[in-house]
Write a protein that binds this ligand. Sequence first.
Ligand SMILES: [Fe+2]
Ligand SMILES: [Fe+2]
Length: 315
Amino acid sequence: MRNDLLSSEDQNVVPPIVRRLRIAILVDDQATNGLTAEHGFSLWVEADDQRILFDTGLATALLTNADRMGISLNQTDHLVLSHGHDDHTGGIKDVLSRSPDVHVHCHPAAVLPRYTKRGDQLVSLAMPAAARRALGDMPPERLDWTTGSRSLFPGVGITGPIPRLAHFEEAYGHYLLDADGTAVDQFEDDMALWLNTSEGLVVCVGCCHAGLVNTLNSARRCSHTSHLHAVIGGFHLLRASDERLQCTLAALTELRPDLIIPCHCTGNRFVEALRLEFGGRVSAGRAGATYVFGGSIDWEKIDDENRYKPLVCLC
Ligand SMILES: [Fe+2]
Ligand SMILES: [Fe+2]
């Protein structure tokens, strides 16, 4: 394991951990158990006594799937937005109207206009106007316009903007910030959620527009934790070059994660490459899958129907 990313001071820090962590995929491009699939992403994270919603999907899948999975969105303590694209922010209004006490964490650039090129057309991918209005109507003390790394509670935090250090993780030129098509979107708002467990670091990512390797290394630095236990989310390698896929795979091999859960915009080519390299340590994500982490689960309190095993997908 490379510790060179952590300063010698950081390596002496003993980071706090969450004792119990359960992550359920609420929205994904794939679904199981009769849930709704949608081009979007959302995770429900229960970390000790705190509940975090990470992204909100594109449209209606969030509410439908939460209902079917028995997840009460009105219990959300924190809403973390990985970035401003509409497939991650479409459910913001619904969540805020149901969760009166939620704290929202979002980079200011998440509300900017955004576009992508499809042939000659520019298509808007901006956060929906209703979502922007809902954020604007929030009490300021519950809306954290995050511009840097920060802790949410002991053992859990967000990276804030992610330094671009890996030479092969260049921005894709077809994402834009203006309708003239001149300003390439550098995704200043892109960030990840990290959670420290007794087994190592668990990282939740949205689309990884900053690059998967940059994102994981940023989370390792922010959490003061070297060992990557698991990563879950969209890796955005659908249209990546073969060279980039190989470089990403090589960097991941060096990080030696125990579990990789590719979702959403990862792309089949990279999922297959992951399976060849990591075998059973890869679990292709889909809405309805649930993962439990942490070495201190009280097995006696979990009924038979919901008996969890660490690193087992419950879909
Ligand atoms: Fe996405
Ligand atoms: Fe995105």
